[in-house]
Design a protein around this ligand. Structure first.
Ligand SMILES: [Zn+2]
Length: 360
């Protein structure tokens, strides 16, 4: 009995596949039938809307088929032509056929009306996906011209991308020149500040690096965590240990955060003792508890205990380590996307500069 049923399983699967295939063909043929003939404004509107609906449902091949047909119609008005080509370009964009989308959006960007603005925005997205940063900058500049809205923030990210490529190839001067352009269009660019300070450190220009790093802490306190290890490194390289501690205390007054407190605790440990540093940290933790601060305190007590208490503390440390690992180090404030790496463009919602360090 059961064996017979098992034998029938492939047949059932095959017939299910056949029915599914047939019904898809059926619906597609209905769609084609429903697709209005070339005549009539109403028919055209329905075809247009149907194509857009297909694109939204992810059935881009059908959307392309319908919009292409509309765009190829003879005797179209200029407005109609723009409208259909714009829909078609969006279909190609959705399908990931960026070269076709690019050529259509380029064509549209030379027109008048609302189409050029939106087309340029799509072009910027295409160039960013293709990492063609120079073209992305030019498209932004064109967008600035027609909308009279500054695109400095976005352009600065693209100059930073060019700088990053040069820095990877150890072309430090080219990288610095790109970063200066980034700062020219967006003086508050944290990314440019971080990268330029990194290059300065590579070139042993620690005072110059410090100037950029101190600015970052003032510009966007969310990035203090990124700047602090470099700030400490620069002060120490310059042998300015007292100035470092004074700076950190000042920074803490303006932006109380566990990152600054941990850096101060590290300095206290070097100058005085681990015990004084642990007390200082515990005092701060009473007001602002944090997992990383707690781990530091457990570490401190671990070195002073033995036997069963030590085992318990080790287990606690491991649990806290797992908890820290389970949290994303960086998070997009737009869509919540979490990452262990600092990303300047969110891979999920595609916005720039919204992925920030998490306070853990
Ligand atoms: Zn996002």
């Amino acid at each position: 009995m059961w064996e017979a049923l098992f034998l029938l399983l492939p047949v059932a699967a095959l017939s299910g596949w056949w029915v599914g295939r047939k019904s898809r063909q059926f619906f597609w043929s209905i769609d084609k039938e429903r697709e209005p003939s070339s005549e009539g404004a109403e028919g055209i509107e329905t075809t247009l809307a149907l194509g857009t609906l297909f694109r939204k449902r992810g059935e881009v091949d059908k959307a392309i088929y319908l919009h292409q047909k509309l765009a190829n119609k003879p005797n179209l008005t200029a407005r109609q032509k723009i409208q259909y080509v714009y829909e078609l370009a969006q279909d190609y964009m959705r399908a990931g056929v960026y070269d076709r989308a690019e050529s259509l959006f380029l064509q549209l960007s030379k027109n008048r009306g609302k189409a050029p603005e939106n087309s340029l925005k799509y072009l910027i997205e295409i160039y960013a996906r293709e990492k063609d940063w120079s073209k992305a900058i030019r498209a932004c500049e064109q967008l600035e011209k027609i909308t009279h809205k500054k695109q400095g923030v976005l352009i600065s990210y693209f100059y930073c991308e060019l700088a990053d490529i040069a820095f990877q190839k150890s072309q430090h001067m080219i990288a610095i020149s790109e970063l200066k352009k980034a700062l020219e269009v967006n003086n508050a660019s944290v990314r440019a500040g971080l990268l330029i300070s990194e290059i300065c450190i590579t070139l042993h220009q620690h005072s110059k690096a410090l100037r950029y790093l101190k600015k970052i802490a003032m510009q966007d306190s969310g990035f203090i965590a990124e700047a602090i290890p470099k700030i400490v490194q620069c002060f120490e390289k310059l042998g300015k240990h007292n100035a470092l501690l004074a700076y950190l205390y000042e920074l803490l007054k303006q932006h109380p955060s566990i990152n600054v407190v941990l850096a101060i605790a590290e300095q206290i440990k070097k100058r005085e003792s681990e015990g004084v540093a642990a007390n200082y940290l515990a005092e701060f933790m009473r007001q602002q508890p944090s997992l990383r601060g707690l781990t530091y305190l457990v570490d401190f007590h671990l070195s002073r205990t033995a036997g069963i208490v030590k085992e318990d503390l080790l287990m606690l440390k491991q649990l806290m380590g797992n908890l820290i690992l389970s949290k994303p180090t960086y998070q997009c404030i737009q869509c919540g996307f979490g990452s262990k790496q600092l990303l300047w463009q969110c891979p999920s919602c595609r916005t720039w500069g919204q992925v920030k360090p998490n306070q853990i």
